[in-house]
Design a protein around this ligand. Structure first.
Ligand code: KG4
Ligand code: ZN
Length: 361
């Protein structure tokens, strides 16, 4: 079969990502413009500023992407763009740019659900091993869910977070710990800084957090308790050791190790329920075979958390995968790959050209 190329545009949050992936799953170009440096200064994302930055950068990101792939725009088979979920102002920049491109080139516009793109990404690198359906643990800065994935647009949700997302909790706790004032963590997100700081622990068992939703027999998540307990523990420690108001507690490594263990345990506990549910005799979602488990989203970057999840899955005979680290966090590749998956599912060639009906939602 002839190779086609799909361009993917991601602007749902604070990264302007544009990439080109071919239908064999090879990445032809991947350009990512992060706004992290800018937002770090303000302690968080300010939507109108994020929108301005996307606007200022999207055209040059696109041009760099074409140059890197050594392709002419006419050679693209389709344009895929994140339409939800995300910051509406940011999403609009990507969608408007995608509409403008598809009108000019007369190519199909493929709307992409951001979380679905995270879920499907691992298939790009492991197409033979990961067949539909599979079980997916999605953990990012905005979401936490367990789902059975049957194909693009076909996810059955088993559970989701009732409050914060784990990445969001890491980011807020990292900020409260003031890890960003340490030069080595200045431009890192909270999750990455906490993972690294935990390696410095001298007493990794010093902090212990209760397991959230321990009594609930479902697949939902809750990270607000861990977050609030963390804030309290940090405050107590600051009082004990008279930490200056702009300083970091001295045993922050121990704290981060405890936090990481708490988040890991909660993710494992819920994933275990999901696996057991799939294996119930009256459910048997995957026939006699154990489900394949994918972990994805920014939190899947975390080696400790992923190792724990993979270990748990192995106890049930499940194989587990995650995308390569450069594709776990937000990027244009996962959007382009979702577009490729849509093209491959589109047996009747019924892809939409009526761009105006595609909107952010
Ligand atoms: O998927 P993603 O790039 O964006 C969203 O869709 O939210 O995820 C970003 C989140 C951030 O909250 C960040 O703290 C978390 O992923 N993250 C990590 C690590 N790297 C990024 N969390 C734990 N450990 C990491 N190494
Ligand atoms: Zn994401």
């Amino acid at each position: 079969r002839r190779l086609s190329y799909v361009l993917g545009i991601e602007t749902s949050c604070d990264d302007t990502g544009i990439a080109i992936v071919d239908t064999a799953g090879r990445v032809r170009a991947n350009v990512l413009e992060s706004q992290q440096e800018f937002h770090t200064r303000y302690g968080g994302i300010i939507p109108p500023r994020a929108q301005d930055l996307h606007r200022a950068r999207i055209e040059s990101t696109y041009q760099r992407c074409l140059a890197e792939a050594q392709l002419q725009p006419e050679e693209l088979a389709a344009i895929a763009v994140t339409t939800r979920p995300g910051l509406p102002m940011s999403l609009l920049v990507g969608l408007r740019f995608a509409r403008h491109l598809t009108r000019r080139l007369q190519k199909p516009l493929l709307p992409v659900h951001h979380m679905e793109a995270h879920a499907l990404q691992a298939r790009m690198e492991h197409p033979k091993e990961i067949r539909f359906p599979f079980l997916c643990l999605l953990a990012s800065g905005g979401h936490c869910q367990l789902a059975v994935v049957h194909g693009p647009g076909r996810l059955a949700l088993l559970g989701q977070t009732l409050d914060d997302a784990p990445g969001e909790a890491f980011d807020k706790i990292g900020r409260r710990l003031r890890l960003h004032i340490l030069p080595e963590y200045r431009l890192w997100n909270g999750g990455r800084a906490i993972e690294h700081a935990a390696l410095l622990a001298s007493n990794p068992l010093a902090y212990e957090f209760p397991l959230p939703l321990a009594q609930q027999r479902n697949c939902n998540f809750s990270f607000a308790g861990i977050k609030n307990n963390s804030f309290r523990a940090i405050k107590t420690r600051e009082r004990e050791e008279l930490t200056p108001p702009d300083g970091v507690i001295s045993n922050y490594g121990d704290f981060c190790a405890g936090l990481l263990r708490a988040v890991s345990r909660h993710l494992m506990h819920r994933t275990q329920r999901a696996i057991e549910y799939c294996l119930l005799p009256n459910v048997r979602l995957f026939g006699d075979a154990p489900p394949t488990l994918i972990m994805s989203g920014g939190v899947a970057n975390n080696d400790v958390i992923y190792a724990n999840i993979a270990h748990l899955a192995a106890q049930y005979g499940c194989r587990s995968f995650r995308p390569s680290k450069r594709y776990c966090s937000d990027n244009g590749v996962m959007i382009a790959w979702h577009g490729v998956e849509q093209l491959m599912q589109d047996k009747e060639g019924s892809l939409r050209f009526d761009y105006d009906h595609i909107d952010i939602q």
